[in-house]
Design a protein around this ligand. Structure first.
Ligand SMILES: [Zn+2]
Ligand SMILES: [Zn+2]
Length: 93
């Protein structure tokens, strides 16, 4: 599925945006975006994601976790419960 706001895949967890009014960084969560089904759902980064050196790679130089903390705590196959708390793609520049 494709995001209706930016046209990128909803499964991408590598999209970073900044709220220009607050300077807060946001990152997309693929699991929350899938639950939304229309567009990317963002959460504050790094606070809602955390980092791990184990995930650091050329593609992911900051070692960011793909899923937000809440989604990582879910059992496999369980739909995101926090996607409604996130910020939608079209609300961020
Ligand atoms: Zn998007
Ligand atoms: Zn999530």
């Amino acid at each position: 599925m494709i995001c209706s706001a930016c046209g990128k895949k909803l499964t991408s967890g590598m999209i970073y945006k900044i709220d220009v009014s607050t300077g807060q960084k946001y990152k997309s969560c693929p699991h929350c975006s899938a639950a939304n089904g229309q567009e990317h759902v963002f959460h504050p980064y790094p606070a809602n994601f955390g980092k791990t050196p184990a995930r650091t790679s050329a593609k992911n130089p900051h070692g960011a976790q793909s899923y937000c903390i809440d989604c990582r705590a879910l059992n496999k196959g369980v739909k995101s419960r926090t996607f409604q708390d996130g910020v939608l793609c079209r609300e961020l520049s």
